[in-house]
Design a protein around this ligand. Structure first.
Ligand code: ADP
Ligand code: MG
Length: 699
């Protein structure tokens, strides 16, 4: 038996030339690489379709029937042959654009054929261009092969005669050499418990399935295994973190928390907020280090949860920090929290890039002597000079890039690292969160505060702009304020600025001074100017805010009730959702108007339709995930986990959940996989860990 780590040149039929091509094109080097080159689809020649059962799936099908009629249609260059093809259930067309003469002469009318090929559909009628044709009588004489694998390929491989058939033969040869001796990677008992196909059978059937049923079992086994080892790693990491990494214990719920909760809380918490708070309290009271991700849609009320958590820290003699991505947002947090805590004697400070050095020194001083309780700010918090005397909790708001906090010196004086709470308004679909942040604790606020009116969302074409402007005037007459947002894409920045300025001019014409006041904010402005314009809008001195997406994050102007998004087809779903979240914050009915060109791509249509149909951030995130794929959503940082060979995080949700539960059950029973019956799994796990090397620095 040959060793799977040997280069593929050990396999019969692999010349040096072929091996270097396979490496160059598909990164296949060893026998194992070839064994794990999985087909991405199968040609199912075991199935015959009836014409009235055909689906518009773009798939390849096989049909038995007869040609009743042939005609030649002249076209601009040459001609095409169209055959009417029928079976007992219906009729369709077969079409040839090439070899027309030969086709016409060789095809037999009214004789049973098997046709095979890819379907096109138009207005519910189907056609098949350039089908493979075989007389039924010929077909019946031959031995039939079952489903045929189709392997990933490249143009170069095709042109160098490494066809799908060649790859198939090489893999066949490989199976002959390894002679069926493929080691099981999961323990026997485990394979039984989860009713899995054996590894050996699974690998054989993924390449050469004997039936649809066997293929399904093989796919399940391999997907399950792939997801299982990732989950095993994540959950083990979480267990280790929880058992090894000590954290401060906030045992007491003290005066600060209780006074605020009982006397100053401006509203009742939603059940979701209460639940999350309980989850946090349970975490921080145990002496274990908390590393928690708090997901909650825009407006779901994360700030109050953050505040209560900070009070808990203060009650236990610690300091707290809250970091936001922009100055505007940090300032808003500072103002809101100062207002909420005005009855208390808690010392709060704001630290951003524009804080003067005298104030800065004071903050540094108070931080170090412990008299400052809460520090709110931007990335300025991460500067070396910012050193707390005892930071108990670090909260990061609206932050996608994890890991920043770790580089800071904030808790240089700490004995233990502070608890970390990361809050994000970008809902991550559950399965994706499970895979990418599976080792973090995750809390979700999945309920909006009561009385919130859903933002009415409509999609209008640019040609309706006048009607839209009329609507804006009516809303402004009622005292409301309006956002008009333009896209700003790096690659087309110059054009985008021009669009923004053109738009601004046209709005200025339609909404003339002094009746209307307009603010404009964009990325090329100096921070101070931006801030000034923002303030004017926040104060209500201007009624219209024309902006690029800089207003995306967190800004809160309750009186703004209309969000107009220009060229909305150019925005991603999560961005649209974030923008819409800027309105609907006050008591009035709010609106979101998506303006677009008439010409829309299929994806753009889906995005706009989704926005009109739902305001549930998690649903929107699911659609986004389907449209863009996990890699694009999470960025390349986590590409390791998303770089799956066979499983698909979007489609294989249920397998993912099963694999995760299996991993939890196994580790609950045997945390170190030290029981003899788990030895096989342990060995595979160790190997898997060596090769994957992901997970380094998520938190
Ligand atoms: P986000 O999760 O987007 O950060 P915020 O914390 O800014 O949301 O809350 C949005 C608004 O909802 C704020 O004005 C806040 O005062 C209000 N709010 C939060 N929780 C509740 C609640 N339980 N009941 C009523 N209003 C609430
Ligand atoms: Mg917020």
């Amino acid at each position: 038996m040959i060793n799977l780590n040997k280069p593929i040149t050990y396999i019969k039929g692999v010349t040096i030339n072929r091996s270097s091509l396979l490496y160059q094109e598909l990164r296949i080097k060893t026998c194992a690489d070839l064994l794990y080159l999985f087909p991405f689809r199968y040609i199912d020649k075991t199935q015959f379709y009836k014409i009235n059962h055909l689906q518009n799936s773009g798939s390849e099908v096989q049909i038995v029937g007869k040609i009743t009629h042939l005609k030649t249609i002249k076209q601009q260059r040459g001609s095409r042959v169209v055959a009417t093809f029928i079976d007992e259930t219906g009729s369709m067309e077969l079409v040839w654009f090439k070899g027309v003469k030969w086709i016409k002469e060789s095809l037999k009318i009214n004789t049973p054929y098997i046709v095979y090929g890819k379907l096109n559909s138009f207005n519910n009628s189907f056609s098949m261009p350039h089908p493979e044709m075989e007389l039924l009588s010929e077909y019946k004489k031959k031995v039939q092969t079952a489903m045929q694998p189709v392997y990933p390929s490249t143009e170069t491989l095709g042109s160098k005669n490494i066809s799908n058939k060649v790859v198939r033969t090489l893999i066949q040869n490989l199976f002959v050499e390894i002679d069926g001796r493929i080691n099981e990677s999961l323990s026997e008992q485990f394979v039984k418990q989860y009713n899995l196909m054996s590894k050996k059978e699974a690998l054989l059937n993924i390449h050469f399935p004997k039936s649809q049923e066997n293929l399904a079992k093989a796919q399940y086994r391999l997907k399950f295994e792939e997801l299982f080892f990732i989950q095993l790693q994540l959950i083990r990491k979480k267990i280790i973190r929880k058992s090894k990494l000590k954290g401060y214990s906030f045992e007491n719920v003290g005066d600060k928390f209780n006074n605020f909760y009982n006397n100053s809380l401006p509203f009742d918490l939603t059940n979701a907020q209460k639940r999350v708070l309980k989850e946090i309290r349970k975490d921080v009271a145990t002496g274990v280090h908390m590393n928690r991700l708090l997901q909650g849609d825009v407006g779901s009320g994360k700030t109050i949860v953050a505040l209560l958590t900070m009070l808990l820290a203060i009650d236990n003699g610690f300091q707290a920090s809250l970091m936001a991505p922009t100055e505007i947002l940090a300032t808003q947090h500072y103002n809101a929290i100062t207002e909420l805590l005005k009855e208390s004697n808690i010392n709060i400070a704001l630290l951003t890039g524009s804080v003067k050095s005298k104030m800065r020194r004071k903050i540094h001083q108070q931080l170090e002597d412990g008299t400052l309780h809460i520090l709110i700010g931007t990335h300025a918090l991460l500067e070396d000079k910012v050193i707390f005397s005892n930071l108990g909790i670090a909260i990061i708001d609206e932050q996608h890039r994890f890991g920043v906090a770790q580089r800071s010196k904030m808790w240089k004086k700490n004995e233990l690292p502070p608890h970390v709470l990361v809050m994000t308004a970008t809902p991550i679909p559950r399965t994706l969160a499970m895979s990418v942040y599976g080792d973090l604790d995750i809390s979700v606020i999945d309920e909006l505060p009561p009385g919130r009116k859903e933002v009415k969302t409509v999609h209008r074409f640019d040609s309706n702009r006048l009607a839209v402007f009329k609507f804006l005037k009516d809303e402004i007459a009622k005292g409301r304020q309006v956002y008009v947002v333009y896209p700003l894409i790096q690659e087309s920045a110059a054009m985008d600025y021009k669009d923004l300025m053109d738009g601004y001019e046209s709005i200025s014409r339609d909404f003339p001074m002094p009746k209307y006041q307009i603010s404009i904010v964009h990325g090329k402005m100096k921070p101070a100017d931006k801030e000034y314009e923002m303030r004017r809008f926040v104060k209500g001195a201007t009624q219209i805010m024309v902006a690029t997406t800089v207003i995306e994050v967190g800004v809160n102007v309750p009186n703004a009730s209309v969000m107009v998004i220009e060229s909305s087809e150019r925005f991603g779903l999560s961005q649209l959702h974030q923008l819409r979240g800027r309105v609907g914050r006050g008591a009035d009915q709010s609106y979101c108007i998506l303006l677009s060109d008439v010409k829309l791509s299929a994806d753009a249509k889906t995005r706009l339709k989704t926005m009109v149909e739902t305001s549930d951030g998690f649903k929107i995130a699911e659609v986004d995930l389907k449209l863009r794929g996990p890699g694009n959503i999470m960025g390349t940082q986590q590409s390791g986990v998303l770089n799956l060979k066979i499983a698909d995080i979007v489609k294989d949700t249920s397998i993912l959940v099963e694999a995760r539960n299996a991993a939890i059950d196994l580790l609950t029973d045997d945390p170190n996989l030290s029981k003899p019956e788990n030895l096989v799994t342990l060995n595979s796990y160790t190997k898997h860990q060596k090769t994957s090397g992901l997970w380094a620095n998520i938190s």
